[in-house]
Design a protein around this ligand. Sequence first.
Ligand code: HEM
Length: 428
Amino acid sequence: MVHAQPLSVAAAGPSLAAEAAALRARGPVAAVTLPGGIPAYAVNQHTMLRALLLDPRVSKDPRRHWAQWEEACRRPEWSWVLQWVGVVNMLSTYGVDHARLRRLVAPSFSVRRTELLRPAVAAITERLLDDLAGGSGGSGRPGGSGGSVVDLVGAFAQPLPLAVIGGLFGIPDRMRPDFAQVVEQIMDTTVSSEQAAANLVRTRSVLATLVEGKLRDPGDDLTTELIGVRDAVTGDRLGHRELLDTLLLLISAGHETTRHLLGNAVHALLTHDRQLRRLRAAEITWDQVIEETLRWAPSIANIPLRFAVADIDTGAVTIPAGAAIVAGILAAGHDPGHHGPGANRFEPGRDTTDHLAFGVGVHRCLGAPLARLEAGYALPALFARFPGLALAAPAGALPQAPSFIVHGWQTLPVRLATPAPTVRASAR
Ligand code: HEM
């Protein structure tokens, strides 16, 4: 059945999973309006989403392919989306433009280069765990039945990937809180148009300060490398705007998504006793927990925006050329038609080989090996150090990130209980 009225997508929660289910109930593709009234088509089913992510008639370049691009630049209530599509980097380009921007950066994130980061990830994790054990990792509030209460997001899940990406890009310690703030605001789809516009200005200023610092004082880091990088095919460099926007993409994608992977995995395990027991009994592996977390609670629930290059007949619905498209990663992850009748349950050990949490096709995530490396070290290390880890607030009362794009916890109060003697997690 085709619905006459587009479904209105809330700027945030209360339940992204419930919203995804409502969208899926409307069919594989449904007309929606996004915050601010932006019309779009949401793709809500695994097979359809996979097909459209691989379809060359689907672009990510708003300047060339969004019929409402000029309107988007004019309308203040749409300005939140400009933080996503108004930038010029590989995430918002198409065809040869995309291939060029991706080619300049991809070698730095190969599996082999990523593997070299393992000692740094281990050192950062152990330092944060030491801080937590020593009581300097958060509020340190007494937790009643044993152990202090800390916000695991603020003390572990966020600083860990921020420190990894900060080290990789040579971001001075004093600038890291600025990056954390501007990126958190980009992900926040509840901000006012004034806040979104102001954040765009602040983001550019923070990035420009980073680049100016590296021009004065180059380092052994990826920011310095990107300033000087030359395309192997054309020999050209990144233009100034491309450089800033590529840095923004890598630094933001590089920490905010992994923050939510860590938070979502901890939350899933602490609210699913049986799965935690199976993990401890080695009936399931950490890799299975991580992949199931990505499927069940993907850090990016909805990706804004793609654009139809031509009319696309999807069956019941034709997406007209020039229309905007939202990729419903969470809706696809919970699609019972693909993942079975228990698709909305967290059950590590199921077949997750083709989940779409990292996308697919030309825009597939460049940092997936890094995210898996970080989670694969940090999560076992956390649960080994604090075997009695427990939620310190009712599961239903936890604040979600204010967004319909990212899917995770704003804060995650946990009771640490007695730390185990320091045992290094195996640096596989
Ligand atoms: C759990 C962690 C992560 C998740 C869930 C995630 C998710 C995604 C998804 C869904 C896409 C595809 C976007 C699209 O198709 O429009 C993507 C692209 C991308 N990701 Fe990640 N990501 C994660 C971590 C990282 C990390 C650590 C980095 C590295 C710095 C990174 C860098 C990128 C880049 C550069 C792209 C754009 C690729 C392109 O457009 O060609 N991501 N990510």
